[in-house]
Design a protein around this ligand. Structure first.
Ligand code: UN1
Length: 517
């Protein structure tokens, strides 16, 4: 192992000299297919992980169910106290975990650390929530009656997370699910097993210290079979899935067909709209971060840029020079702004998107190719040039505009009226994030109102990516309508009981119905 990688792994006690166990259900196991964690920056194999066999998966699911039965009786503020300790344990390892995210996923260090911070933040939120998951008392129409709406623990929540946020997305779910009194079982992306093992070690040590069954926060690594096994299991009450629209559709249907609950966070195809009165000193660097940050691999990445005709020249010349100044580098190096794509397949997706643009007659303003002749060890990495393309026209039904390409490819269109830009913003299947740049309050009103952006995230003078945890995160339409982290998202992680209590000496029926002879 390179010293670059071993420094990061040893800080978290992940020794890759042997194969790592990839299943945790109170005990560590894993004797299934071996998956490799490959560093996207260098191509180095970081570790081999033993995934779950079908029998190990089944046992982990059963243990989650048993753990739920214990944990649901722990008072919510006590659960919050455990979450507070998890928060402290994460904070103590913040930089080390952030570096691991950077090493294994490929995002730059500050973003890796930021992602761990997001977990810490949502844990804080969950601690507070543990004393505020209030139900309601509803006025009854019958004398001597009360109606309560009671949030009870739901059961087992499975979290299927994507490679691009290998820590935070699990954190959003775990914090709420744990506060709500559930057991959570995590099936991470097969390409980021180390992040999930490191996080699970930190979480499970706190659980064990508190005498709570480890399967309250279980882990099953693996490929598609493990994912399917989790999704189809009746032992799982809710499946929270983050990933592509194609897989999300299968997950949604599978869970729905057994009447489970499902929470989907699928593709984003997010637009930034720049009005004539926008402050370009803010807008240009923000669009740059939104489109190039995380090498274009956030669900919230800016993929479409709609410029008012009066700002096209100045905006694009400034944006282009930022694009040209950016250099690929080791994401662990604090000077790097551009890391690699996560996998080789992502490079293929990037190349075919560029190819499709060229075939349609689009102008490639900058980028359009992989980097060549990078020095060792970066020559083994998945580095591509951030790309700005100007298609011949804006046709949001064309795949150029309507598909999410998980790579740094930004398509530019020009408009004259805000209404036109909103129509384009809303014209794609996805509806995750959107961003308007203006100083005119009238534009703001249109943008956030009934005829405005139909995305779940509707920003003004703030880019499409980089949301805080306080508001519910998620998108509409083919993004799947799911909401995670802040806001009212916690209400999905409980089973609501509507309880009508009769304190009177009579048993009247509702609506005045008479049923006596
Ligand atoms: C994702 O890309 O799946 O808003 C999540 C953001 C981050 C989370 C993104 N807080 O960009």
């Amino acid at each position: 192992l390179s010293s670059r990688a071993s420094t990061v792994l040893s800080a978290l006690d992940l020794h890759s000299s042997r194969e790592l166990a990839g299943v945790y259900d109170g005990e560590w196991s894993g004797s299934g297919e071996v998956i490799e964690s490959v560093c996207p920056t260098t191509g180095e194999v970081l570790a081999r992980v033993n995934t779950a066999t079908p029998a190990e998966l089944q046992r982990a699911l059963e243990r989650s169910r048993e753990a739920y039965k214990v944990f649901r009786d722990v008072p919510a503020p006590k659960r919050g106290e455990i979450l507070r300790q998890i928060r402290e344990a994460l904070a103590a390892k913040r930089d080390a975990l952030g570096a691991l995210v950077s090493l294994e996923m490929g995002k730059i260090r500050t973003e890796g650390v930021g992602e761990v911070q997001e977990f810490i933040d949502i844990a804080d939120y969950g601690v507070g929530l543990s004393r505020m998951m209030n139900g309601r008392v509803v006025a009854s129409e019958r004398p001597g009656h009360s109606i309560l709406e009671v949030p009870n623990p739901l059961g087992v929540v499975a979290v299927l997370s994507a490679f691009n946020f290998p820590v935070a997305v699990y954190g959003w779910n775990l914090a709420l699910s744990l506060a709500a009194g559930n057991a959570t079982i995590w099936k991470p992306a097969p390409s980021t097993p180390l992040c999930s093992i490191a996080v699970t070690k930190i979480v499970s040590s706190v659980l064990e210290r508190n005498g709570v069954p480890g399967a309250v926060a279980g882990l099953v690594t693996g490929g598609k079979d493990v994912g399917v096994g989790v999704v189809e299991s009746k032992l799982v009450d809710m499946v929270s899935f983050t990933g592509s629209e194609a897989v999300g559709r299968q997950v949604g249907q599978a869970v729905q067909s057994r009447f489970g609950k499902v929470l989907l966070e699928l593709g984003g195809n997010n637009a930034a709209v720049v009005m004539p009165d926008a402050d370009l000193d803010m807008a240009v660097p923000s669009v740059f971060f939104g489109a190039v940050g995380t090498a274009g691999q956030r669900c919230t990445t800016t993929r479409r840029l709609y410029l008012h005709s009066s700002v096209v020249q100045s905006f694009l010349s400034r944006l282009e020079s930022l694009y040209q100044s950016v250099r690929p580098g080791d994401p662990l190096d604090s000077a790097t702004l551009l890391g690699p794509l996560h996998t080789r397949q992502a490079m293929d997706i990037y190349h075919s998107a560029v190819e499709r643009l060229l075939q349609s007659g689009a102008e490639i303003l900058t980028g359009g190719a992989a980097y060549r002749d990078l020095p060792k060890p970066l020559d083994g990495g998945n580095f591509v040039m951030p790309t700005i393309a100007i298609p011949q026209s804006v046709d949001v039904t064309d795949p150029i505009w309507s598909t999410e390409t998980f790579a740094p490819v930004l398509c530019v269109g020009v408009f004259d009226e805000l209404e036109q830009a909103i129509e384009w913003n809303n014209g794609v299947p996805q509806g995750l994030s959107s961003s308007l740049w203006t100083r005119d309050i009238r534009n703001v009103g249109k943008w956030i109102g009934p005829a405005g952006s139909d995305a779940g995230i509707v920003n003004v003078n703030v880019g499409t990516s980089g949301a805080e945890i306080g508001a519910a995160f998620g998108g509409n339409k083919s993004t799947g309508w799911g909401r995670e982290s802040g806001g009212d998202a916690w209400k999905q992680y409980v089973r609501w009981s509507a309880c009508t209590l009769n304190f009177s000496d009579a048993a009247p029926l509702a609506q005045g119905v008479q049923f006596s002879s």
